[in-house]
Design a protein around this ligand. Structure first.
Ligand SMILES: NC(=O)c1ccc[n+]([C@@H]2O[C@H](COP(=O)([O-])OP(=O)(O)OC[C@H]3O[C@@H](n4cnc5c(N)ncnc54)[C@H](OP(=O)(O)O)[C@@H]3O)[C@@H](O)[C@H]2O)c1
Length: 397
């Protein structure tokens, strides 16, 4: 039995405290916990924490990196050399899957995919998902006609320099006008042309395409529309989406009630975005330290971010949470990152899309996640935070 997890794991077969065979990405392994891990049957049983009792046995969702920040002003990923540096870092951290979209970054649609393509010498070793273009100046009508899906996909593959296709091709946002049958036909045309097919990575880091495993996904699609889509897939013998991308974090947990059970019933994975609530859960906004961040006045997304996370109940609850967790020697960011990966409703078939505006942040966040489950003492504050905001935020999916 060997343990492939990172940092401080000390499996019986391992002589180095930092043992991890370089050819085994962390995401390929069942053992994700960190300090003093004792692997059992391929999983880790974290030992009791010295200060707090944490004895939960668990597996972890896959970590993906979200590339909406590639090419975005006020990030350190504006040019290809920076993106290459980040890809090297991700590789070292064992993250091998990128989430992109034709719409990224919001101020310069297409540039994120272009940068991934320009860094092809490194990005070729990553699994890449992308999304069909959506025009956010409209309500999405017409985004998902057969022609629009084909044109967006073809441009994405060119920008990504990925003629072999992507892993998952997603709907980015619902199209309320185009008939659903047509939308589904559009995705299945892309599948039949081999433009989206599940990609796996071997234990020695080689990408291969699974010939029978078709892959398309949905994001931000309301439940009634998703139900209708699933019904149509069943009636027509079409492949159902393999994953759903939606927001999920300490202050956005509406998906747990209806959406997640629906996805589970159909074998669809959930990939969580905004796991740090776009940075709100760092606590910088409520502490007035948000200049230069995504919530800053000069950030292209600043006004939107402040509106999304500006509710009075939310700000008050977050201030209290920030104080409470700091009194336990933790930071709100640490609680958010360890909660989504170790305590949330996500399982190891699901994923968490990590976001960052600079390389150091992703190293920091992954280091935090690798600390494993949170001390029990903080979990009541997590529930209290959600209870305080769910009346206004439970409908956000
Ligand atoms: N399908 C969709 O509609 C959709 C929507 C949103 C996102 N996504 C996907 O999900 C990805 C992640 O979304 P997100 O960026 O909103 O996720 P997020 O993880 O909630 O927020 C990322 C932001 O948190 C801050 N941050 C992260 N790590 C930090 C650290 N260690 N220390 C301090 N601050 C830290 C940074 O803020 P600053 O920038 O202020 O430094 C960073 O830009 C996107 O790139 C995209 O791929 C999809």
């Amino acid at each position: 039995m060997s343990c492939y997890c990172s940092a401080d794991a000390m499996p019986p077969t391992c002589t180095s405290p930092h043992f991890r065979p370089p050819d085994l990405p962390i995401n390929n392994c069942r053992c994700y916990c960190t300090t003093r891990a004792a692997p059992q049957l391929g999983r880790c049983l974290p030992k009791e924490d010295d200060l707090f009792k944490t004895t939960r046995l668990h597996t972890m969702p896959q970590l993906l990196f979200g590339t909406a920040s590639f090419g975005m002003p006020m990030t350190k990923f504006e040019d290809v050399e920076d993106v290459k540096g980040l890809l090297q870092t991700l590789r070292d951290l064992g993250i091998n899957r990128l989430d992109s979209g034709a719409r990224y970054p919001p101020p310069k649609p297409g540039r994120a995919e272009e940068l991934i393509g320009e860094a092809r010498d490194l990005s070729k070793d990553f699994i890449v998902d992308t999304k069909v273009y959506t025009d956010t100046k409209t309500d999405g009508s017409g985004d998902l006609t057969v022609e629009a899906i084909a044109s967006s996909t073809s441009q994405s593959l060119q920008r990504l320099k990925r003629p072999e296709g992507v892993n998952v091709l997603h709907i980015h946002r619902a199209d309320p006008f185009t008939p659903l049958e047509e939308q589904l036909r559009g995705f299945h045309e892309q599948i039949s042309q081999g433009h989206c097919k599940k990609v796996s990575i071997t234990s020695i880091g080689i990408l291969f395409r699974e010939t029978d495993d078709l892959s398309w996904g949905v994001s931000n699609v309301p439940i009634p529309m998703l139900e209708k889509m699933l019904q149509l897939c069943e009636q027509n013998g079409w492949e159902k989406p393999s994953c759903y991308q939606g927001p999920y974090n300490l202050v956005t947990r509406g998906m747990e009630k209806e959406l997640l059970p629906l996805l589970r019933a159909h074998g669809i994975a959930f990939n969580a975005f905004q796991s740090l609530a776009a940075g709100f859960l760092t606590g910088k906004l409520v502490n007035g330290q948000h200049a230069g961040t995504r919530f800053g006045d000069d950030h292209p997304l600043g006004a939107i971010a402040r509106k999304m996370f500006g509710g009075e109940d939310l700000l008050a609850a977050m201030k209290k949470f920030d104080r409470d967790v700091k009194a336990l020697g933790l930071t709100p960011l640490e609680v958010a990152a360890r909660w989504i990966t170790h305590h949330s409703a996500l399982g190891d078939d699901d994923g968490v899309l990590l976001g960052a505006s600079k390389c150091d942040q992703i190293v920091d966040t992954v280091g935090i996640i690798r600390k494993g489950p949170l001390p029990d003492a903080v979990l009541p504050f997590v529930d209290e935070l959600w209870d305080a905001v769910k009346e206004t935020r439970a409908a956000i999916l």
